[in-house]
Ligand binder design. Sequence first.
Ligand SMILES: C[S@@+](CC[C@H](N)C(=O)[O-])C[C@H]1O[C@@H](n2cnc3c(N)ncnc32)[C@H](O)[C@@H]1O
Length: 448
Amino acid sequence: MILPKEFINKYTKLLGKKSQAFFDSFNQPSYHGFRINPLKAHQPVEESLNHPIQYTHQLGYFGKVNGKTIDHQSGAVYSQEPSAMYVGEVANPKPGEKVLDLCAAPGGKTTHLASFMKNKGLLVTNEIIKKRAKILLENVERFGIQNAMILNETPDRLAKYFPRYFDKILVDAPCSGEGMFRKNPNATKYWNPNYSAECAKRQREILIQAVKMLRPGGELIYSTCTFAPEEDEQIIAWLLDQFSFELEPIHKYHGMVDAKPEWANQNSQIKNAVRLFPYLIKGEGHFIAKLKLTTIGKSKKIKKPQQSNLNQDQLKRWRQFQKHHFNHFDPKHLITFGDELYAYYPKIPNLKGLKVVRPGLHLGTFKKHRFNPSYALALAIHPDQYNQCLNINNDQWKKYVHGDIFKINEDKPKGWYLLICKHQPIGFGKIVNHTVKNFFPKGLRFSI
Ligand SMILES: C[S@@+](CC[C@H](N)C(=O)[O-])C[C@H]1O[C@@H](n2cnc3c(N)ncnc32)[C@H](O)[C@@H]1O
């Protein structure tokens, strides 16, 4: 790979003797990884779990995932670059917490955070770019996350709705992406000596808003996939100067190194942050810091929380469907957006005016005299939570993801079935006269 001349000069100065190993690493192949999904009832069956990534506690593995497998379509696995997996580990949110992933698409960190939260508490996952927010939605639904609200907002507008609200906030910042050069050598063309300063300005603007949304005692996790000190150590130095933060120590596994105070203002606390360099670890590179807000006080109470807005008829129809089809699945707080029904976390501010992609788990759609369960719901529940399951084979699965109907030989009563392939729920189908009608979302269909 041809690296820009100024890039070479910059990192030769910064890394000294180690710079050659750093530059050489750009000519090595990039590493691939994937995480398994603990929210699902079953482990993946098509992937090799022989090469675990040490610091991921049995969630992360080296290997490349094929996007057209049952494991992938059902959300049993999520493809993620290995060093990016340390961000979720450092954040380590607990079930029941209120967590914000502020720069979230396509959803690598969001899905990882959700793995820790076990569908308890609230995960607000936000993406500023509409097209990317749609991809985030697809990944959240595929992963089967029940407690995620997806927003398509700017950080400053969000801060007006959620002051001092979150226990944890992840800012996985838009950055100069030097850690992506190996995967996408074209990215080197966009690099210029001023790029990092421009990115740093935007990062500070995002962080000013993020801090407003953190409750006293809450934690801010800041990460980038770039090596530039302007976007890494210097941002942390600035945060420590501007706000009441303490930088928490991060455990350094083999190959991970302390961040470098000498690349910022010599504040020795900066060492607590971590750098993952591609010449020292099996991954593309990351910078991660964890800061605790030391101000005293309480999180701000929501004065007018969002209320349920279901009418009697809708509530009755949902209850009928729920009673007839589910075991141990009874979401308490329900809200409609048009004809779409969602389960939502109750202690949220009134959402009026916010660009909401989904307020919570999409349960389904009210049709004239029916209720159609959603694809997202099929991927969010376990087979033992649903009364009518239909095991399908590989060929039927291929037809299903292609959008085709298929026939079955068994005599089954008419109705909505959770389709299961290789132990994984893969969607709903409606059986009518030995035919399984297809409800796989049009935009997701593919052929094999
Ligand atoms: C590094 S990427 C996030 C990757 C994601 N966390 C993941 O793990 O899949 C940064 C994201 O920030 C978004 N972004 C760009 N400008 C932004 C801004 N001013 N405020 C908030 N987010 C922004 C980008 O669209 C991009 O999706």
